[in-house]
Ligand binder design. Structure first.
Ligand SMILES: Nc1ncnc2c1ncn2[C@@H]1O[C@H](COP(=O)(O)OP(=O)(O)O)[C@@H](O)[C@H]1O
Ligand SMILES: [Mg+2]
Length: 360
C-alpha cells in the first residue's frame, strides 16, 4: 500500500549539512497500523512529512497504492493535496471562529461538495469520533481532547488512502492519552485505514501498532511487531528503547537453530538468539520482570547467586537492585514477592526469556 525506498533528506544548517533522514526504506500493507518510533530528533517527522508531500527528500521514492507520488530520479513530486491523505498533528490545528461542524466540513467544500453534502459528511465523521453532540459549538470552546477529535474527524471526513499521525496524543494529559489511544485504534480498525504513526512514546507505539520501525539518527534500526521487538529484539538499541533491559557483556560460545550459549560473569547462560550475533563478543539481554528470585542455594542451569541491595515498592510491583557477581541488576517482581535488602537469593534467568544479541 505504501512503499518508501531509500529516502534521504539533508538540511542545510548554520553548522553545515545535517542528514535528518538517511536511506530509510519500508513497506506497509493495506490496513496496517505502522509506527515510526524513536528519540526526539531521529527523523520521524521529516519522514512522515515526506510521505505527506510537505517535505521534499533529496533521494528516494515513495509510492502509495502502487502509484509513485515521489521519485527523485524520475522527477515525480505530487503536491500534498493530490496525495489523498488525512493528517493529524500534535498541535490541535482547529480553525478558531468556526463551528466544529464547519471545521470538519471544510475539506469537503474545498473538494467541491455542496454546503449541504459537506455538512452531512462532517456529521458522519463527528459521530465516528464521538463529537456529534458538539457540532454547533465554536471550535475554540473545546477541551484539548475534543479539539484533537475534531482534527481526527477532519482527517477522515474524505475517503483517504492513508492516515498520517505525528504525535497526536502528546499534548493530552496521561489519562486522556490512554483513553484516546484505545479510541484511535478502534477507529482505525473500523475504517481499515492504512496508518503511519509517529511517536517517541514506546508504550503508545506498542499499544497501537501492528508493526513498529525503530529509528535512530535518521536510520531505521529494525522493524517488527511489538511482540518481536520486546521479546526478541535484534539490536541492543531496540532492547533499551523499548521496555527496560538488563544487558550483560558476554561471549557467544555457540549458536544453533534454536538456541545459543553465552559465557558471562553470571556464569554460562543458555538463551535464544536474534540479529547478527556470531561466536565472539555479544550481549545477554534479559528483562527485569523476567528474572526469577528463588531461595539461596537453588541450583540449576541459568542460575546465579545474588544479594538484594535495595528495593523500591511500586504498588503492584517491586523493583529490586541485586548484586550479582559484582554487577547491579534490576529485578522486578510482584510486590507481594518482594525481598528485603540484605536477603541472599538465587536468580534464575529463564532460557526462553534470555536473548543473545550483538555487543553494544
Ligand atoms: N527545517 C529544518 N532545518 C534544519 N534542520 C532540521 C529541520 N527540520 C528538522 N531538522 C533536524 O532534522 C533532524 C530530524 O528532525 P525531525 O524529523 O523533526 O525529528 P523527530 O520528529 O524524530 O523528532 C533533527 O536533528 C532536526 O533538528
Ligand atoms: Mg517530530
Amino acid at each position: 500500500m505504501l512503499e518508501a525506498a531509500s529516502l534521504t533528506k539533508t538540511y542545510v544548517t548554520a553548522q553545515g549539512p545535517w542528514r535528518a533522514v538517511d536511506d530509510v526504506s519500508f513497506r506497509i500493507e493495506a490496513g496496517e497500523f505502522f509506527t515510526l518510533l524513536g528519540p526526539s530528533g531521529c527523523g520521524k517527522t521529516t519522514t512522515l512529512r515526506s510521505i505527506a508531500g510537505l517535505e521534499t527528500p533529496d533521494e528516494g521514492r515513495i509510492a502509495i497504492g502502487g502509484q509513485a507520488v515521489f521519485d527523485a530520479r524520475a522527477g515525480v513530486n505530487l503536491p500534498a493535496n493530490r496525495r489523498d491523505l488525512g493528517m493529524v498533528f500534535q498541535s490541535y490545528a482547529v480553525w478558531p471562529h468556526m463551528s466544529v461542524l464547519r471545521n470538519v466540513a471544510f475539506p469537503l467544500e474545498v473538494h467541491g461538495a455542496s454546503r449541504r453534502e459537506a455538512a452531512e459528511g462532517a456529521r458522519r465523521a463527528l459521530d465516528l469520533v464521538g463529537l456529534g453532540h458538539l457540532a454547533e459549538r465554536s471550535a475554540t470552546l473545546l477541551s484539548g481532547g475534543q479539539q484533537q477529535r475534531v482534527a481526527l474527524a477532519r482527517a477522515i471526513v474524505r475517503p483517504v488512502r492513508l492516515l498520517l499521525f505525528d504525535e497526536p496524543l502528546s499534548n493530552l494529559d496521561a489519562e486522556l492519552r490512554i483513553q484516546m489511544r484505545v479510541e484511535l485504534r478502534d477507529l482505525q480498525r473500523r475504517l481499515s485505514a492504512t496508518s503511519v504513526y509517529v511517536t517517541h512514546d514506546q508504550e503508545e507505539a506498542m499499544a497501537l501498532s501492528d508493526r513498529i520501525a525503530v529509528m535512530r539518527a535518521g536510520r531505521i534500526v529494525e522493524v517488527g511487531t511489538p511482540d518481536q521487538l520486546y521479546l526478541r529484539p535484534r539490536h541492543p538499541f531496540t532492547a533499551r528503547f523499548i521496555g527496560q533491559a538488563e544487558l550483560v557483556p558476554a561471549d557467544l560460545l555457540r549458536r544453533d537453530g534454536g538456541g545459543a550459549l553465552l559465557r558471562t560473569r553470571l556464569g554460562d547462560i543458555a538463551c535464544e538468539w536474534a540479529g547478527d550475533v556470531a561466536p565472539g563478543p555479544a550481549s545477554l539481554l534479559v528483562r527485569p520482570e523476567h528474572i526469577e528470585l528463588h531461595p539461596p542455594g537453588t541450583d540449576g542451569p541459568n542460575t546465579a547467586h545474588g544479594r538484594v541491595l535495595s528495593v523500591a515498592f511500586l504498588g503492584k510491583l517491586a523493583d529490586h537492585e541485586v548484586d550479582v557477581a559484582g554487577l547491579r541488576m534490576r529485578v522486578q517482581t510482584m510486590s507481594t514477592a518482594r525481598r528485603a535488602p540484605g536477603t541472599e537469593v538465587t536468580l534464575r534467568f529463564p532460557p526462553e526469556r534470555c536473548v543473545a544479541l550483538a555487543p553494544e
